[in-house]
Each structure stands twice: as C-alpha cells, then as structure tokens.
Ligand binder design. Structure first.
Ligand code: ADP
Length: 496
C-alpha cells in the first residue's frame, strides 16, 4: 500500500469511544478530521481531539447524530472527502450511505445497496440459504396467522425479531402458544416505533448456543479476506458484554468452514469494506447464519490484537479505492484477546443507565492492555445516548493470561461519579464457567442474575472521603435533589 494519506479530510459521524478511535486512526494516516457533536457533547474528548468540530444541534439524537441532512451539510461545509460512520447511529442506514454518495462524499462502508440487502434479515437469510449456508429454522416476515402457524410447526420456544432491525429492538422469546399473539403484537409495536416498519420474522430459539462471528474485509476489486472469529456469547438480554478471539469453541477445521461461509456470503453480496458475518453455534457444534453487520463492530479490537491489523486503517484504504494488500494466506493469528465493555449503568437497578459527571477517572495502564475510551474526568455522561464509556481489551499469548490481565485491568480501573458495571464485569471474567471457556448466550442469566455489588473496600471509603474534602462547598456536582452522599458517589468505584 502507498503511504500517501487515503483522504485529505474525513468527517467522523459519531461520538464517544468509536469517534476517538477513528479520529486517532485518521491522524496516524495523515488524514485531517472533522468531529461532529451535539450540544450535550461540547466538552467530549472526540471534539477536543479532532482538527475541526461542527455542532450539529441539540442533544436529541434526531436533531444531531441521526440527522442525515445536518451531517451531510457539515461534511460538505468542512470540505471533507469522506464520512466514517462508526457503529450505531446511522452506520447501517442505507439512506445515509446514499445521501453521502449523492453529495459526492465517500461513505466508509459498503455501497448503500449492499447495506440495504444485508440489513434486511429476511433478504440476508435468503441469500445464505441460496448459498447453502445453514440458517436457523424459521419463517420470514408475514401476517399474524401465518407466523402463529409457523411457530406451532417449528415448536416452541421461538424468537421474534424485527426484519429491518438490530440492537435487540423488538426481539422477544416466546416459550409457548398461549402468549404468542400478545407477544407478537407488542414486538410489532416496538419494531414499528424503532424502524417505522412492523415486519417481524420468526426463528426457532436455540437452547444455549454460542455467538460466533467472522470479521471480513473486502476491496472494490473482488479481494475478500476473513480475519477469524470472535466469540460474543457473554451477553445480557441478547446484547454483548464480553468478547474474545479466538473462540474457545472453534478449532481450525470449524474456523475454516465459518470463514469460507462468510467469504461466500460477502462475495455474493458484492461486499466492500469491513463487515461481520454472525453465526450461532449449537451444542453439537453445528453453525447457523444469524445476520450480517455492514460496519465496524464494537468488539473489533480483539480481532486487531490477534490478527495484527488495524481495521480502521483498512477501512479507510479500501474506501479510497486502494487494493487490499492482505491475502488470506498472509493472515496469521497470535495469542488471545478479550474485551469487556464498560458502561455507565447500575447493575443493581436492572442495569439502568447512570448518567452524571465523572468526578474521578483512572483508566488502567498495564502491559498487554488497551483501553479504547471516549470519556475524561470532569465530563458529564449524557442521558441521551448509549452509556458505553470505554472498552478494556487484554492480549496475551494464551487465554488464561489474557483473562487474568483483563481482570487485573478491571480492578485497576477507577471511576467515581456515575455508577458503572466494573464490579459486575470483574465477577463475570473471574467466574469459573468463563475461566473454563464454557459459556453460552444464557450464561449471565443462568449464573449472574442475582449479582450484587460487594461492600466497598476500605480504600474506596478513604478515597471518597478525600474527594469530598477537596470539593468546594456548594451544590453537589452530581445532579441530585438530595444532599451529597459519599456512598452515592462511591458506588461506581471498584478498587483493588
Ligand atoms: P440484533 O440484530 O437485534 O442484535 P441478532 O439476530 O443479531 O439480533 O441476535 C442477537 C442475539 O440474540 C444473538 O447473539 C443470540 O444471543 C440471540 N439470538 C438471536 N436469534 C436467536 C435464535 N434463533 N436462537 C437463540 N438465540 C438467538
């Protein structure tokens, strides 16, 4: 690959850790960056880090990060050549990709028609079936009667999903025929509100599968490579929390078969740029195509660490029309990587988001540990967006050492202010089933449903006292009608 920057200037249409990650990658390649922000994010790290920043408008996502017109105007106004969408928000919205294409901006992702084809779960399933890739038994989107007949024929439990959807919106598991209609109606309502279309499809709900997904990268000239799998079985309510690569459940033979299936699908869809093909793996070791994600995943760092690539660099290179210099036979995997997602949320209150000001932040700096962070001390974590704060990723030559490094990093991580899931993550990655690599997508519900925070250790009490002593007299920095309460502020801290 040439060393000239792939673009002169890129607008990053996102916020938080992924915006920071993409801005840094651009900088490494000599590409100037334009950040965008809502009024709630004026003092966020991604805004401070970029070469330029454009305010999109008020905090509400529709007025800012989901506003296609304002984003395209910002990119054109700043003279950007390309737009990187990150993940979430508009990253998989074919209309956004099309709007960029029509404005003469390069969308760092696949062409809009590929996003549309793969983003529709029914169309993607049909494509997989046509290619002989196994899919979970199910039924495409249909009317209520047809879906009910299909559910009875498949046998319960079944899962209902938004055909157009993602992010778990509208997903419902139905265990028996009694509540099928009622659950379908509520799924349709949620799906309609989220995606403007109430199409719902049906699948057999597999018992305790693993979630295994394959990272692919493709250029415009028909070269597609896969970078191995990630295991994302550790989930809460079907949302990933901890991810690793390689999967403890995948041997070289299965890796080859999963990789071939992913490549076939990508080639047939005319895929360009980075993407992920997701599968479920049942307890007998059979795999089933689940869906394709046409963007960078939250969990992409674990692949980067074991495959020795920078996926954002590759995305920018192929978006600029360069050839992939990587060949399948060049891809080698080294060691093991594991990632945990750190959220401003309260595990003891049903993982409700916990916004507020970050009073103290000490992210871990340890050998073999990478922290992709989107926050800084003093910053307000807004209520309007996904409460992800950062990702802690550990690498080591072997899985036990990587997991031990991750646990150590979580212990060293200090955040006071919002509550966080740090203590929960630490108990999760030190749980015997996780250490043994024997988890399913039900692991959290099966083993950690009743999780409670341990009492704060004495060091945490001392730290909270010191913090309170430093604080100027006046209103509490945490937005609260109550009097300042040291325990309240402390609750996010999990000290060694
Ligand atoms: P979304 O696009 O909303 O994220 P997915 O189809 O990717 O939804 O599924 C998310 C998660 O839901 C999977 O990782 C898995 O844990 C669970 N899941 C989805 N479909 C099934 C199924 N047929 N059987 C069992 N679990 C499933």
């Amino acid at each position: 690959m040439t060393t000239a920057p792939p673009f002169s200037k890129v607008l990053v249409a996102n916020r938080g850790e992924i915006a920071v990650r993409v801005i840094r990658a651009c900088r490494e390649l000599g590409v100037r960056t334009v950040a965008v922000y809502s009024e709630a994010d004026r003092h966020s790290p991604h805004v401070l880090l970029a070469d330029e920043a454009v305010c999109l408008g008020p905090a509400e996502p529709e007025a800012s990060y989901l506003n296609i017109g304002r984003l395209v105007d910002a990119a054109c106004g700043a003279g950007a050549e390309a737009v990187h969408p990150g993940y979430g928000f508009l990253a998989e919205n074919p209309e956004f990709a099309r709007a960029c294409e029509e404005a003469g901006l390069v969308f760092v992702g696949p062409p809009s028609h590929v996003i549309a084809a793969l983003g529709d779960k029914d169309r993607a399933r049909r494509l997989a079936e046509r290619l002989g890739i196994p899919t979970v038994p199910g039924h495409p989107a249909a009317d209520d009667d047809t879906l009910e007949r299909a559910a009875r024929a498949l046998g319960f439990p079944v899962v209902l999903k938004a055909a157009a959807g993602g992010g778990g919106r509208g997903m419902r598991v139905v265990t028996g025929p009694e509540r099928f209609r009622e659950t379908l109606a509520s799924a349709r309502r949620e799906v309609k509100a989220a995606f403007g279309d109430d199409a719902v499809l049906l699948e057999k709900y597999l018992d305790r599968p693993r979630h295994v997904e394959v990272q692919i990268v493709a250029d415009r000239y028909g070269t597609v490579v896969h970078l191995g799998e990630r295991d994302c079985s550790v989930q809460r309510r079907h949302q990933k929390i901890v991810e690793e690569s390689p999967s403890p459940a995948v041997d070289p033979h299965l890796r080859r078969r999963l990789g071939e299936a992913a490549l076939r699908l990508a080639r047939e869809a005319g895929y360009v740029n980075a993407g992920t093909v997701e599968f479920l793996l049942d307890r007998e070791g059979r795999f089933y195509f689940l869906e394709a994600n046409t963007r960078l995943q939250v969990e992409h760092p674990v692949t980067e660490l074991v495959a020795g690539v920078d996926l954002v660099h590759l995305q920018l290179q192929v978006a600029a029309g360069r050839r992939l210099s990587l060949r399948q036979e060049d891809v080698v995997w080294r060691g093991h990587a594991v990632e945990a997602r750190v959220y401003a949320e309260d595990p003891e209150r049903g993982f409700a988001p916990s916004p507020g000001r970050i009073l103290l932040l000490r992210e871990p700096h340890l050998p073999g540990v990478r922290v992709d962070s989107g926050v800084q001390e003093g910053q307000e974590v807004p209520v309007h967006y996904d409460p992800i704060l950062s990702k802690v990723v550990a690498w080591a030559p072997d899985r036990p050492t990587a997991v031990a490094r991750l646990a150590h990093a979580l212990q060293e991580y200090v955040l006071l202010g919002p509550r966080t899931n740090l203590g929960f993550l630490l108990d999760l990655v030190t749980h015997p089933a996780f250490l043994a690599g024997e988890v399913s997508t039900q692991f959290v519900e099966d083993q950690l449903a009743a999780w409670q925070a341990p009492d704060p250790p004495p060091e945490a009490v001392a730290l909270a006292a010191a913090l309170l002593a430093q604080e100027p007299r006046g209103p509490a920095p945490v937005a609260s009608a109550r009097a300042p309460d040291p325990w309240e502020r402390l609750a996010g801290a999990r000290l060694p």
